[in-house]
Each structure stands twice: as C-alpha cells, then as structure tokens.
Design a protein around this ligand. Sequence first.
Ligand SMILES: *[C@@H]1O[C@H](CO)[C@@H](O)[C@H](O)[C@H]1NC(C)=O
Ligand SMILES: *[C@@H]1O[C@H](CO)[C@@H](O)[C@H](O)[C@H]1NC(C)=O
Ligand SMILES: *[C@@H]1O[C@H](CO)[C@@H](O)[C@H](O)[C@H]1NC(C)=O
Ligand SMILES: *[C@@H]1O[C@H](CO)[C@@H](O)[C@H](O)[C@H]1NC(C)=O
Ligand SMILES: *[C@@H]1O[C@H](CO)[C@@H](O)[C@H](O)[C@H]1NC(C)=O
Ligand SMILES: *[C@@H]1O[C@H](CO)[C@@H](O)[C@H](O)[C@H]1NC(C)=O
Ligand SMILES: *[C@@H]1O[C@H](CO)[C@@H](O)[C@H](O)[C@H]1NC(C)=O
Ligand SMILES: *[C@@H]1O[C@H](CO)[C@@H](O)[C@H](O)[C@H]1NC(C)=O
Length: 484
Amino acid sequence: MEPRKSHIMERGDIILMILGIIVCLSGRVVESRSGGYRPLNNKNSVEVDYTTINSCRKHSAALTDFGGVGDGKTSNTKAFKAAIDHLSQFASDGGALLLVPPGKWLTGSFNLTSHFTLFLHKDAVILASQDESEWPQVEVLPSYGRGRDAPDGRFSSLIFGTNLTDVVITGNNGTIDGQGQSWWDKFRQEKLNSTRPYLIEIMYSDHILISNLTLINSPSWFVHPIYSSTIVIQGLTILAPIDSPNTDGIDPDSCSNTRIEDSFIVSGDDCIAVKSGWDQYGIKFGMPTKQLSIRRVTCISPDSATIALGSEMSGGIEDVRAEDITAINTQSGIRIKTAVGRGGYVKGIYARRLVLKTMKYVFWMTGSYGSHPDPGFDPKALPLIDNINYKDVEADNVTYSARLEGIEGDTFKGICISNATISLTEKPKELQWNCTNVEGATSDVTPKACDLLPEKKDLECPFPEDKLPIDDLKLTSCSNVIQF
Ligand SMILES: *[C@@H]1O[C@H](CO)[C@@H](O)[C@H](O)[C@H]1NC(C)=O
Ligand SMILES: *[C@@H]1O[C@H](CO)[C@@H](O)[C@H](O)[C@H]1NC(C)=O
Ligand SMILES: *[C@@H]1O[C@H](CO)[C@@H](O)[C@H](O)[C@H]1NC(C)=O
Ligand SMILES: *[C@@H]1O[C@H](CO)[C@@H](O)[C@H](O)[C@H]1NC(C)=O
Ligand SMILES: *[C@@H]1O[C@H](CO)[C@@H](O)[C@H](O)[C@H]1NC(C)=O
Ligand SMILES: *[C@@H]1O[C@H](CO)[C@@H](O)[C@H](O)[C@H]1NC(C)=O
Ligand SMILES: *[C@@H]1O[C@H](CO)[C@@H](O)[C@H](O)[C@H]1NC(C)=O
Ligand SMILES: *[C@@H]1O[C@H](CO)[C@@H](O)[C@H](O)[C@H]1NC(C)=O
C-alpha cells in the first residue's frame, strides 16, 4: 500500500495555487503539484479514494474542467474527448485520473488512454446517448469476421479502449446507464445494419481494472474485454431487464489471466459468457481464453446461463475456475455451448460450491448450438470438449438435472461430477439425466446420473490447488483531492 498523500498544503502547492488563481482569472485552469485542477470559480472539492492496478495517479482533473455539463441533456462527448486527450499526455508522467462529478452526463462513445483512471462519483450517472451519430463505427473483430448481430459492421462501445496498458474504470458505485431500450427495439424490428454497441470494450490491452460500479441497460453486452490479459473485474452490479436481448453481463473473450469477483448480475442473456472467436475466423485468429477465475458471483437470468462457455469458443477455452457461485431463477448453471464448425476446445474447467435455486437445468452441454457467421464454416472443424469438473453443487426446485448432448463422432469426455444434491420441482421432467455422446463419471450425485456417467465410489472431482498469476496481482490504494 502506498502512504496516503498528506492534504496539508506544502509551499509548492501554495505557490502553484497562487499561480492557479492568476491563470484562472485569465480564463484558464492550472494544474497543482498533485495534479488537481483548481479553477477559482469552482467551489466543490472531493477526496477520491480508489484502488489501482499499478501505481497511484499523479495528475487528476474533473470533467467539468473541460466543459462538461451534468444536466442529463447536454452532450458531453466533446468534453470526455477533450479531457482524455489532455490527460493522455501524462501517460509517461505518473498517469491521470478523470473524475465524473455528481450529475447526469449524457455522452456518445469515447476512447480511453493508458495509465488512466476513470472515476465515477457515487452520485454520477453516465447516460449513453441515443443519437446514432454519437457512435462511430469501428472495425469488425478479426476473430468474428463480421459484426456479431449484423453483418455490415459494428458501433463502437460507449467506453472503448484499444492497445492500452494500465486502465481503471471505477467509482463509489456510480452508474453507467446504456439506455438500451431504443437499441433493443431497433434490434427486434431488424432496423440495424450494424452490431449494437457494448457498454465497455477493452481490446489488445493489459492491466485492466473495472470495479465498484453499477451498470444498467446496456444496448447489448455489458463488459467485453477482448485480446487482453491481466484483468480484474470486481464489485459490479449489472442490471438489465430479464427479457432484454443479448445483454450478457461479462464476456471475457480471447483473454488470459482474468479474475471476476464479487458481482451481482441480472440479465436477459448469460450472466458471464466466456468466449474466444467464431468458427473459421476464431480458428484462424487462434487466441484462447485461459487462466480465468470467477468467484462470488450471483446471477439471475431465467432464459440463460449463469456461466456460459461459448458458444463462440473457436480459439479455445482452457483453465477456468469458478467457485462460490449463486444463481436464482436462472435457466442453467454452467453451460457449454458449441457446434460443428466451431473447432477449438473447452478443457480444464473446474467449478465448486454452486448454490442454485429454481433452475430449469443444473448441468447443460449443447453440441448443436448452430449460429454461424456465414456458410463458409468448416463442417470438419469439431470442438474438443474434455476434462470438465463440477463438485459440491446444491440445487433446488430443478426441472431437469442434466441435459448433456455431445456431438455424434465427437464425444464430450472427461466429465466428472461429484457431491451434487439436486431437489426437484413439483413437476420435474421424467428423464432427469438425458445424456448423448458424453463420457465420464459421477459420485455422490442425486438424482442418480445417466449410464454414460457411471457412479465411481469415492471419486472426488479435482479443483486446482495452485494460484493463477492474477491471484498474486497487487492492487494499490490511493487518494487524490479533486476540485470540480
Ligand atoms: C471497492 O469498494 C470497496 C468498498 O468501498 C473497497 O473496499 C474496495 O477496495 C474497492 N475495490 C476496488 C477495486 O476499487
Ligand atoms: C476510438 O478509437 C477507434 C480505434 O482507434 C476509432 O475507430 C474510433 O473512431 C475512436 N472513437 C472516438 C469516439 O474517437
Ligand atoms: C493494436 O495491437 C494489435 C495487436 O498487437 C495490432 O495488430 C494493431 O495494429 C494495434 N493497433 C494500433 C492502433 O496500434
Ligand atoms: C451499488 O448500487 C446498486 C444499485 O443501486 C445496489 O444494488 C448495490 O447494493 C450497491 N453496491 C454497493 C456496494 O453499495
Ligand atoms: C440498412 O440497409 C438497408 C439496405 O441496404 C437500407 O435500406 C437501410 O436504410 C439501412 N438502414 C440504416 C439504419 O442504415
Ligand atoms: C458437499 O457439498 C456441500 C455443499 O453443497 C458441502 O457442504 C459438503 O461439505 C460437501 N461434502 C463433501 C464430502 O465434500
Ligand atoms: C419453483 O420453480 C417453479 C418453476 O419450475 C416456479 O414457478 C416456482 O415459483 C418455484 N418455487 C419456489 C419456491 O421458488
Ligand atoms: C434428450 O436429449 C436429446 C438431445 O438433446 C433430445 O433430442 C431429446 O428430445 C431429449 N429427450 C428427452 C426425453 O428429453
């Protein structure tokens, strides 16, 4: 931990403050030694305590220093751009923090920079603009080959970053509101030629921390780190209507060394969806998601999975560790979704301590998910599904215990399930374990599993004892005083 900065003014501060007053009187702002902007006509000051993934930020400013207006009506797209452009010059000089003060800050898409913290005050709400001209188009993802929900292209995310290092998006539980309704309506009416924006997307980056925020009503997926590594996602409340289209909570996609923890997600789609590219494009790009830890996450999603692996998994998914997961009124626990043509693999998956209440399926694997980018996929590209381990599962009010559907000629193997107690709903399905083209074993599972997963006495499914590098990553506590 770094020592807190003293707030007693030092001589240098006083000199700089006087200089500041002079400069402010001439209509400009000045930066103090500690980096805070202190324009004369601004009366509020706030102490910002934050955690960073690298070191504390030497420089700081508030959105209002760049013309931001928090009335919920004025567009702040230019203010965010001006602020971040300005603060980017400090990337190699101690980094910078941008405070979003109390208020409602309407904005279109904006881009982040390196060694940068975006900090939302607890009473700050970033409101996503509904004006399409505020959303630039960005290139389609190479591992997808086209836009995910429309072939032509895709809109940039509300908060976007590419080729960055050391980026933090955090706050005292401030809110980012995607105002997704109009996008959902247009999507349903097939009025979009481009893929809807995500709320936050970080690409080709490392050392990313996204924490302590409330994210609501994303136009589509909420948090999408892609082609990135060393990522911590912590303390998020993610809320979307349970019937909103494709509002996945957190989608680590071709990412390594990632930790997702202490989050609460209500969604119209999968709460967490682990991905790595789509069919021939994903196979060619060949970047897996690996070394992923998911802990203490609660999910509500009546029509989707708590944690989905796929369906886009063509670059491979490997070494995923999920523990202390709770789901309530959710369609399934951990679900593997894949299809002929995907190629890739899902292997080395470990889950323990799942508490599931009111579920359609506890265990679900689907080898016939379909959904291809175009007819050019390779029908010979079969996914490898192997070494899947679930233990210490407690589920109640369940309709189907398991639906495990491998692929003919491509058996899903190495499935291990131990110590799972499933209580059924009043009207359960007659066939509780429906297994085809799968291979493995079970132990201490009720109701008794299918013949393809025979009972093996004293079998205990493994969960890795070693740590991932991300578990040793040190977060630093910091404090800056900022005027706005
Ligand atoms: C999130 O907030 C909690 C409670 O205020 C705090 O203890 C924690 O350090 C914060 N985490 C991050 C990563 O900012
Ligand atoms: C953000 O960066 C991307 C990629 O460099 C670019 O295409 C996009 O236009 C930028 N967005 C904004 C709002 O400047
Ligand atoms: C970002 O990084 C990727 C992968 O390293 C590279 O292909 C691309 O050219 C970089 N883009 C920019 C704008 O630097
Ligand atoms: C953050 O705000 C959300 C929505 O208001 C609330 O449900 C959640 O409990 C808050 N989290 C914390 C840590 O205060
Ligand atoms: C989408 O494409 C169709 C056909 O090219 C065109 O008629 C329509 O105006 C486009 N819609 C938008 C919103 O760009
Ligand atoms: C079985 O799992 C339950 C939680 O679902 C746990 O309390 C119990 O200790 C586990 N039993 C063994 C033998 O590990
Ligand atoms: C049990 O699940 C059924 C749906 O299968 C649902 O209607 C009912 O409300 C649930 N009961 C409880 C106590 O949660
Ligand atoms: C069992 O699963 C197979 C493959 O998913 C499906 O076609 C079949 O209808 C299921 N049977 C029952 C009785 O649910």
